[in-house]
Design a protein around this ligand. Structure first.
Ligand code: ATP
Ligand code: MG
Length: 419
């Protein structure tokens, strides 16, 4: 039986990889302009990092992690998200990373054992950014503007920003109590998962995607009404900093899937994309460093963007599928060594060149040249070679002329790729 990839884990084929690289490069450049530096953490971490950081009653911890015991008997987990590893790395290398504020970004695969469907994979990719050491609402506004600016740069118009505040350890307990009361009275209308977790983590019920829970909680109390003075001020400041920069909508039901969030949370959503409509999400997580054993509290805010969902949104764009700009054709196999020398010379000069290695007929070499997408075919013939000449065929208009070999090579300089 032929082996296939694991369901929900996709190969990125050559026809798609150029779009990936282009998007990654845009994100890198955009992040660089905001002063963010890239960090690359391992794909595997101790399971404990996520169970401490992400929260015991989240979907991720309850049912989505790829966790296994390795040969040394340690429990490891393929990272389901990027924030906990970045915070772990920051605390571990605190002195090497530099003074506050610290701005870091990452690009890479994440792993979650979910039911694969459109926009929901088991290995998916995120771009993420984190800003550490700044408590001020300016930091929140910067992160949201950074992400909004990236979408703008990509020309995405139908994307909307939703924001909320989850309060802090002062005020959230009051909201939790009110929400718990509310949910208790509607226990029979909730899904089985939510009935179970309502006691331990009532906020999670607001994040549930089942229609029954969405209906049952339509008139739930709003967290905004429960914010304490400092949280209310912080939220108002964020809103006013965003006001003339980027349109947004308050969504008091947005609680985010991870437990570590405090105060500001935000999502960029696409109306009409169904349950997989969130393209990027983030928030403030001032308590996380403490939860994973940091010695000092580190205020922080960050976001993660789902690359597959973003690519879906950007749609199919025409990408250059050609494999070569120049194809070398020989009239006889005896000229192959000469063609090979020229191909290597071209490639070394940054020009994509190819030839046939199997000594096929000229007709079939031309067919391959056509398929490669080459714009020019260099034709090496015995008689011409003796005179130091070479055939230069322009594949776009079909004309062929005889040129001095050196002159032909010079002309091909226009295909040189930026390095
Ligand atoms: P959802 O509510 O869609 O399950 P989430 O709250 O679990 O998302 P986050 O942990 O906030 O998602 O991750 C940030 C972004 O990563 C999401 O907005 C989404 O674009 C993307 N993402 C999350 N899970 C997946 C997945 N299984 N497949 C593809 N993209 C994903
Ligand atoms: Mg999820």
């Amino acid at each position: 039986m032929m082996l296939t990839a694991i369901r929900g884990m996709k190969d990125i084929l050559p026809s798609e990889s150029a779009r990936w690289v282009a998007l990654e490069n845009s994100f890198r450049a955009h992040a660089g302009r905001y002063g963010f530096r890239e960090i690359r953490t391992p794909l595997l971490e101790r399971t404990e990092l996520f169970s401490r950081a992400v929260g015991e009653t989240t979907d991720i911890i309850e049912k989505e992690m790829y966790t296994f015991v390795d040969r040394s008997g340690d429990s490891l987990t393929a990272r389901p998200e990027g924030t906990a590893p970045v915070v772990r790395a920051l605390l571990e290398h605190r002195s090497e990373i530099g003074e506050w504020p610290v701005r870091l970004f990452y690009i890479g695969p994440m792993f979650r054992h979910e039911r694969p469907q459109k926009g929901r994979l088991r290995q998916f990719h995120q771009f993420g950014a984190e800003l550490f050491g700044a408590e001020s609402p300016y930091a929140d506004a910067e992160m949201i503007a950074f992400l909004g600016g990236f979408f703008q740069e990509l020309g995405l118009k139908d994307i909307t920003l939703e924001i909320n505040s989850l309060g802090d350890q002062e005020c959230r307990p009051n909201f939790n109590a009110a929400l718990t009361e509310f949910l208790k009275a509607r226990d029979d209308k909730l899904c089985a998962d939510c009935r179970r977790r309502r006691e331990r983590n009532p906020l999670r019920v607001l994040d549930c995607k089942s229609q029954e829970c969405i209906r049952a909680t339509a008139d739930a109390p709003s967290i905004i009404d429960f914010l304490c003075g400092p949280c209310r001020d912080h939220f108002a400041a964020v809103e006013s900093l965003l006001a003339d920069r980027i349109p947004f909508r308050q969504n008091p039901r947005m609680v985010r899937g991870l437990d570590y969030y405090r105060r500001t949370t935000f999502e960029f959503v696409i109306p009409g994309m169904g349950a997989q409509n969130t393209v990027a999400a983030g928030g403030r997580y001032d308590g996380l460093a403490d939860m994973i054993g940091g010695k000092e509290p580190v205020p922080a805010i960050g976001f993660a963007l789902g690359v597959e969902r973003l690519l879906m949104l950007l749609g199919e764009s025409a990408s250059d599928a050609s494999e070569a700009d120049v194809f070398l054709v020989t009239s006889s196999p005896s000229l192959m060594a000469e063609a090979f020398r020229r191909k290597m010379e071209l490639v070394r000069d940054g020009i994509r060149a190819d030839m046939d290695y199997e000594g096929r007929s000229m007709k079939s070499q031309f067919r391959r040249a056509g398929r490669s997408g080459a714009k020019v075919v260099l034709v090496l013939g015995e008689a011409e070679a003796e005179r130091g000449m070479i055939g230069y065929r322009d594949m776009e208009n079909g004309t062929q002329e005889e040129l001095e070999a050196d002159e032909a090579m010079r002309r091909l300089g226009c295909f040189r790729k930026e390095r």
